[in-house]
Design a protein around this ligand. Sequence first.
Ligand SMILES: [Fe+2]
Length: 384
Amino acid sequence: MENPAVETQAPMNPKSDASTDANADVVPTFDPNNFNPVPLPEGLPTYDLPKVSIAKLLSGDKEEAKTVFHICSKTGFFYLNLMDHPLGRKLWENACKARNVGQHLMSTIPLEDKKAFLMRPEKGVLDRGFSSSSSANEGIARAVESLNIPRDELFAKTTPGWELPAWLRPYEALFKEIQTDAHAVEQIILGILEKELEVEPGTFARTHQLDAPTYSFLRILRYPPILGGADEMRERPRVFAHRDVVSIAMLFTWVGGLQIPKDDAVMLDSVTPTEDSWLWVRPEPGYMIVNLGDSMPVFTNGVLKSGLHRVVTAHENQAQLDRVSVLFTGRPNWEVPMAPLVSPKIPATRESSQTVESCKEWGDNVIKAYYLDNVQKGRIRISA
Ligand SMILES: [Fe+2]
């Protein structure tokens, strides 16, 4: 796809201070000076998310752990500062590289080749393949396209002999390193929540394994600028309000677009705040944005919250840019029963006779329902 904005941000730089050698010969090198995002326009209403330190979490800081638990029982959204620990710095630098790789590939690889990286046949399951969704007013711009790097094939080896398409294969080591490190951070956060919840130690480590089938993924998303068309096209959300069907999501983003509802939002229904309730989340270099997904309220009978959010078109001086983000998600193992955990901090389920779905069944059903709802409302049309 033609995109005049591609060259205007984040050029690849020959110098590197990257701390990893994964695919060093083929991966664009990292220079933090190339990642000064064009600032979010002044005057936009923003949600100042709380900032948490990865170094403090790793050192067992009790106050920081309580802060995380408190956030996750309210909004489920926070910034995690990655720059105060080597693991965090490596993850940030690799996410920057993945961002460059994704932007380069999605703007240069022919559409037919991208489409040959097939999504799963299951409707709405989007952990693998190239996806391109269009707004209802297709013809002006694609709303979002994404490269989905599956964890199942790369780690759990669920499809023997499967490999990434040739144009992605050179970056496989980078993708695996990000997934390994992001999973380690996921485990730190889930471990803290587990302790605060007083559930059996090791529960989340057992139920969220790196090498078990989960439909977890690494996704590079590209929201091309809308350079023409009607204002309503720009005002239409690129991704409508939703909660993630995961345990935890970690977003690396450089351009505005993510929005979450303010604390006192007026809700028209469970996923629809009034338009003036939405606040922008400011991208912060060196930080990733963490949110909990839908499985955590299930495991905790509502004690922990899944964060509602949407993505809109960037404004003003950011509107000319490709918005490229890197997203990691962690989901429970397929066979995990989706029911509240046993703990004095978690209210017991009243209806014990209720059928308990496995995570795979639960995820398939929730995603299918979300997909069908959006198709029915004319919000999405999958063109791939
Ligand atoms: Fe999301």
